[in-house]
Write a protein that binds this ligand. Structure first.
Ligand code: PRX
Length: 567
C-alpha cells in the first residue's frame, strides 16, 4: 500500500494541518528544520538507524546513524556560532557531495543561519556574483576549491570566514581561513537550537532568469511542512526504504528531497559522489539495495544510451519506486524504464521557487507517459490565458502554468530583489514561467518555457549571463545565446557572435573565446557551439530577437516578424 493511498480521496478536504499534526507542530510554535531532521528522529527512537550511506571517488565510504548526523550538525553549528555567525547570516556551502555538505547544511539551520548551497563546479565569477548578492558571511569549502575563493575574497568585504573541512597542514592557511575537521572536533552532545519560527529564513538557492543576475530564492523553516508530506506521498518513502536522490544540493532537489524530505521522515538515504557512468550507478543501486530512486531525465536518457546489457549485469530487483524531475521526461524514457526496470519513472514538476513538487504522477495513479501528472493535494494549479490571465477551462489548450499562492514552501522573496518577486504574480496567481496544457482527465502536459531561459540537462541557464561573458571578450561586438536540440541534454547552449573589426572568424578564435568565458561561467552554462554571424536580428527598438534564432535552430515556424529591424 502506498503512503498516499487514493489521490482522489486525499484531495477531498485536504489541509496542510495534516502535515503539521504528523510533525507535532502547532502554528506559532518554534520550528527548525535542522532539529526536525536530527534530534526529533533520535527522540522517536531511531538514533541508531542509518541516516546516510556515503560513497566517494575511489571507493571511499562512510556511514552515519541519525545520532551521528545529530552530533555532526551540532558540532558544525557550535563551530560556526563560536566564530560569531549569528542567526540570518548567510553561510555558503561550496563543496562536492561529501558528508560535510549535508551535515553542514543541518548545522547552519540549527543555529538559525541561512544555508546558501552553491555547485562546487562554479567558477570564481559565478561564485562572486552570488556571494556578493547575498552578502555572505562565511563559506565552507574543500582544499580543492579554495583557490576560487581566494581569487575573489578581496572583492567580498562581508566574507569574514573561509572554512576548509579537509585542511592537511601542508600549506599555511591564508587570510580569513580556518581549518575545521569533523573527525578531529569534539562532538557536541547538546547544542542550543536557535528558536526559529515558521517565517524565519532557512535556505537561499540561486536560480537563473532571462535578464539580470541570478536570483536568490529565499525559503523559510515552515517549508518543512510541505517538504515532509510531498516526500512521503510522491516519493512514497517508507520506514525500511533505502533512498537515493541523485541531485546535488547546489540545486533545490538536492536539499528539499536530498536532505529535508527524507531525513524529516527518518529515512535512510545514500549519496554517490562521483561522475556519471551507467555501470557505476547500477552497481551502487545493487550494492545498497536502493528501493526508491529520484533522478533526472538527462541521466535517464544517458542510461538509455548505455543500453540494456549493462542493466542485465546487475541485480536491481530492490527498486520499488522511481521518480524524475527537472526537465521534460519524454514518453520513450518512461516506457523504456518500464521495460528494463519493470517500473516507470514517475515525472514530477516543480521549481526552485516552489520549494516542493507541485505536479506529479503518484504511486497507484495511472501514468500517462509524457505527462507531468496532476497537482499535489492542496495545490491549485491552472493554465492561464497568456493575454487575459484568466484560467482556461478547455482541455488541450496551451497556456501559462500558474498556481494559487500560499502553499507552505513557496519562496518568500528574491533576495534583495522584491520587484522581480512581485512581477511573478498576476491576478493573484503565481506565474511559473512555463507553458502547458491540461487534458480532459486533469493531467498536465509540459510544452516549454515562456521565456528565453535554457534548460540544459535540468540546469537553468540565463542567455543574458552567457551573452555578458561573451561581450567581455575583446573580439566580440554582439552576441545572442539560444538553445539548440541535443539528444541527451534535450537542449544545449549555442552562441551567435558578431565580431569586432580586425578579428578573423576562425576556429582558433573560437577556442580563445571559449577559454575566456570558461573562467566566468559554470561548466553547465558553456556554449556547445559558437556561430559567427555578420549581423543579429533585432527589433526596431534594438533588442536582439533570440526568438528568431531559436526557431531557426529548432526548425520551427518563425512567426510574427513585424517588429524586425530590417525586413
Ligand atoms: O521549466 C521547468 C523545468 O525546470 C524549471 C525549474 O527549474 P529549477 O528551478 O532549476 O528547479 C528544477 C527542480 C525542481 C521549471 O520551471 N522543469 C522542472 N520539472 C520539469 C520541468 N520541465 C518539464 N517537466 C518537468 N517535470
Amino acid at each position: 500500500m502506498s503512503n498516499i493511498g487514493s489521490y482522489e480521496e486525499r484531495i477531498e478536504g485536504f489541509d496542510w494541518s495534516l502535515s503539521e499534526k504528523e510533525l507535532e507542530y502547532t502554528p506559532g510554535d518554534r520550528i527548525n528544520i535542522g532539529w526536525y531532521c536530527t534530534d526529533r528522529i533520535c527522540r522517536m527512537g531511531k538514533a541508531d538507524k542509518t541516516a546516510l550511506i556515503w560513497e566517494g571517488l575511489g571507493g571511499a565510504s562512510r556511514t552515519y546513524t541519525f545520532n551521528d548526523i545529530r552530533l555532526a550538525a551540532n558540532t558544525i553549528g557550535r563551530f560556526l556560532r563560536d566564530l560569531g555567525i549569528a542567526d540570518q547570516d548567510r553561510v555558503c556551502l561550496f563543496m562536492d557531495k561529501i558528508p560535510e555538505l549535508y551535515l553542514g547544511f543541518l548545522g547552519i539551520l540549527k543555529i538559525g543561519a541561512i544555508a546558501q548551497p552553491l555547485f562546487s563546479a562554479f567558477g570564481d565569477e559565478s561564485l562572486l556574483v552570488r556571494l556578493e548578492n547575498a552578502e555572505t558571511s562565511a563559506i565552507i569549502t574543500q582544499r580543492k576549491h579554495v583557490s576560487k575563493v581566494r581569487k575573489i575574497r578581496d572583492r567580498l568585504p562581508h566574507l569574514k570566514h573561509i572554512i576548509i573541512v579537509d585542511y592537511d597542514g601542508r600549506k599555511p592557511l591564508q587570510e580569513r581561513e580556518q581549518a575545521f575537521s569533523l573527525d578531529d572536533a569534539d562532538p557536541v552532545e547538546e547544542l542550543e537550537v536557535f528558536p526559529t519560527e515558521a517565517e524565519s529564513p532557512s535556505v537561499l538557492h540561486y536560480t537563473s532568469g532571462t535578464t539580470g543576475m541570478p536570483k536568490g530564492v529565499k525559503h523559510v523553516h515552515y517549508s518543512l511542512i510541505a517538504q515532509y508530506l510531498t516526500a512521503k506521498w510522491v516519493l512514497d518513502l517508507q520506514d525500511d526504504d533505502i533512498y537515493w536522490c541523485t541531485a546535488d544540493p547546489g540545486w533545490v532537489t538536492g536539499t528539499s528531497y536530498g536532505i529535508i524530505g527524507p531525513w524529516s521522515l527518518g529515512i535512510t538515504q545514500c549519496v554517490l559522489d562521483c561522475g556519471f557512468s551507467a555501470a557505476a550507478w547500477y552497481r551502487f543501486i545493487e550494492k545498497h539495495r536502493v528501493t526508491v530512486w529520484y533522478s533526472a531525465p538527462t541521466a535517464i536518457r544517458s542510461l538509455m544510451r548505455a543500453g540494456e546489457e549493462v542493466v542485465k549485469d546487475h541485480d536491481l530487483s530492490g527498486l520499488r519506486h522511481l521518480a524524475s524531475v527537472g526537465e521534460p521526461l519524454n514518453s520513450e524514457a518512461v516506457i523504456w524504464s518500464g521495460k528494463v526496470f519493470g517500473k516507470p519513472f514517475h515525472d514530477t514538476y516543480w521549481q526552485t521557487e516552489t520549494g516542493v513538487i507541485m505536479i506529479a504522477n503518484y504511486p497507484g495513479m495511472k501514468v500517462k507517459p509524457g505527462s507531468m501528472g496532476k497537482p499535489f493535494p492542496g495545490i491549485t494549479g491552472v493554465i492561464l490565458d497568456p493575454v487575459s490571465h484568466e484560467p482556461i477551462a478547455e482541455a488541450g489548450k496551451i497556456g501559462l502554468i500558474a498556481f494559487k499562492p500560499g502553499w507552505p514552501s513557496m519562496m518568500r522573496t528574491y533576495w534583495n530583489n522584491e520587484a522581480t518577486y512581485q512581477a511573478k504574480f498576476v491576478n493573484n496567481w503565481y506565474l511559473s514561467g512555463d507553458r502547458a496544457s491540461i487534458d480532459n482527465e486533469g493531467y498536465f502536459w509540459f510544452v516549454g518555457r515562456d521565456d528565453d531561459v535554457i534548460n540544459t540537462g535540468g540546469h537553468l541557464v540565463s542567455p543574458f549571463e552567457v551573452e555578458s561573458a561573451l561581450l567581455e571578450h575583446e573580439a566580440v561586438a554582439e552576441s545572442a545565446v539560444v538553445s539548440k536540440p541535443d539528444e541527451v541534454n534535450m537542449e544545449v547552449v549555442k552562441a551567435f557572435v558578431m565580431l569586432n573589426p580586425g578579428f578573423e572568424p576562425d576556429a582558433e578564435l573560437e577556442l580563445k573565446i571559449m577559454n575566456f568565458i570558461r573562467k566566468k561561467l559554470s561548466p553547465l552554462a558553456m556554449p556547445q557551439e559558437i556561430e559567427y554571424v555578420e549581423s543579429l536580428p533585432k527589433t526596431r527598438s534594438g533588442k536582439i530577437m533570440r526568438r528568431l534564432l531559436h526557431a531557426q535552430e529548432w526548425g520551427e515556424e518563425i512567426g510574427d516578424t513585424s517588429t524586425l529591424e530590417d525586413e
